[in-house]
Design a protein around this ligand. Structure first.
Ligand SMILES: *[C@@H]1O[C@H](CO)[C@@H](O)[C@H](O)[C@H]1NC(C)=O
Ligand SMILES: *[C@@H]1O[C@H](CO)[C@@H](O)[C@H](O)[C@H]1NC(C)=O
Ligand SMILES: *[C@@H]1O[C@H](CO)[C@@H](O)[C@H](O)[C@H]1NC(C)=O
Ligand SMILES: *[C@@H]1O[C@H](CO)[C@@H](O)[C@H](O)[C@H]1NC(C)=O
Ligand SMILES: *[C@@H]1O[C@H](CO)[C@@H](O)[C@H](O)[C@H]1NC(C)=O
Length: 374
């Protein structure tokens, strides 16, 4: 009897608490609410590129969330049989996956804990360093994005390293390395992207000092050849590009193979942000022939791996390319006086350019405001 009434009291108290916490506790002077978002789903394919969070604190939340999703996938794939008779602490397994994420997002949206103005004031001097003149220019913002991106990339590499380095000696050997499941599962004549990736030649090219083992730097290059400084790996990437484009399998890229595939990529790289409507083949033929002629150094009418090297960075954009693209986008959105650089005031007045946010109107007319880059 006593136990039951206690139970009822507790339940009612909890319900009241829940209602109170859900009900709006402040009058809304503003017609629009905003809610900051953190990413909730992650794609682990290396070909996919996501913008990096501007604020390291948001990045940290996303990283932890991504780790959790990654671990879950890894356990499902690698230890499928183990996951069934795995004794988790009671409640731990049953806990919905999004719960921590919602808490983290709630934290960001609690204006007393996470004040966007204060964050921007705190971050500004860390970005405005070259020179520290009270303005954030494109280079400074690109460098900042790069730092965030590098931290993310290295974090993922370390995570991968731990799973591949089976004997825990700090190196990955080719025997230890297992390609990602989506590579193993893809059939051999599917999309050419997978052809030479994650194979021994790719591994050897990443092994800068040729000791048969990849240390963390080399393994990171292996996973991200577009960002490497290792000339062997850059040449491998170029060879791989030839293999992928070489539809008649003669080992070289002829004009037709160049025009249908490569040229568009190079052109879109140069035209970033401009109108990407596709003019007819006829109008593009001349510029394509001109570029082909410039690249074809020995004039044999074909492009070899070495001849593709000058454009390999455009075919495989680096982190720096994305960092700059993201910087340009942010500046274009927040640079109120259009002088090409940001002051702290401009940032404070346009805070949500720096954070992914959803805006909700009072009349429930939700719409999503988010970044445009791919
Ligand atoms: C955020 O901080 C700024 C300056 O520190 C302050 O003026 C503003 O009222 C704060 N906003 C909220 C919602 O607390
Ligand atoms: C792909 O080809 C290799 C040999 O080249 C073969 O061992 C493998 O089974 C093939 N995979 C599929 C999914 O067909
Ligand atoms: C990779 O390098 C090893 C020596 O470290 C060599 O035995 C192997 O044949 C090479 N593989 C390829 C595909 O080049
Ligand atoms: C890995 O080896 C390369 C030489 O191949 C070296 O330059 C680099 O500093 C090493 N990285 C680490 C993390 O030890
Ligand atoms: C892009 O192209 C479309 C159709 O070709 C045109 O209507 C539009 O005005 C162009 N936009 C810009 C920014 O040039």
């Amino acid at each position: 009897m006593g136990k039951v009434s206690l139970f009822i009291y507790v339940t009612i108290a909890l319900l009241l608490l829940l209602l109170l916490s859900k009900s709006p506790n402040k009058p809304h002077s503003n017609r629009r609410h905003r809610r900051l978002k953190v990413r909730s789903s992650f794609n682990f394919r290396p070909a996919h590129h996501e913008p990096v969070p501007f604020d390291p604190l948001v990045a940290d939340i996303e990283r932890r969330r991504e780790d959790r999703q990654w671990e879950k996938q890894y356990i499902e794939h690698a230890h499928h049989e183990l996951s069934h008779n795995h004794d988790a602490a009671p409640g731990e397994e049953a806990q919905p996956e999004w719960e921590d994420f919602m808490n983290a997002e709630d934290y960001l949206n609690d204006e007393e804990k996470f004040n966007v103005t204060d964050r921007l004031v705190l971050l500004f001097p860390k970005i405005d360093v070259n020179p520290a003149d009270g303005y954030i220019n494109e280079d400074e913002l690109t460098d900042w994005n790069m730092q965030q991106a590098e931290r993310d990339v290295m974090h993922r590499t370390q995570r991968e390293m731990e799973t591949h380095d089976k004997n825990k000696d700090g190196f990955v050997s080719f025997a230890e390395y297992e390609p990602p499941t989506w590579v193993r599962n893809s059939d051999n004549n599917s999309f050419g992207y997978d052809m030479g990736w994650w194979k021994e030649e790719h591994f050897n090219a990443s092994d800068a000092d040729g000791d048969g083992l990849l240390n963390l730097t080399e393994f990171n290059d292996f996973l991200h050849p577009a960002d490497t400084k290792n000339p062997k790996l850059i040449l491998w990437l170029s060879k791989e590009e030839v293999r992928e484009r070489d539809s008649d399998r003669d080992g070289k890229v002829n004009f037709k193979e160049f025009f249908h595939g490569l040229f568009d990529l190079v052109r879109n790289y140069d035209d970033e942000g401009h109108n990407s409507s596709h003019p007819s083949d006829d109008t593009m033929d001349a510029p394509a022939r001109q570029l082909f002629g410039q690249l074809d150094k020995d004039g044999d009418g074909y492009l070899s791996d070495v001849e593709l090297l000058p454009i390999i960075g455009k075919l495989h954009p680096s982190e720096r390319y994305y960092a700059k693209q993201q910087a340009d986008y942010i500046i274009s959105q927040a640079d109120t006086d259009k002088d090409g650089r940001l002051t702290l005031l401009e940032m404070i007045e346009n805070p949500y350019v720096f954070y992914s946010a959803i805006f909700t109107d009072e009349d429930d007319d939700d719409y999503i405001y988010h970044d445009e880059f791919r």
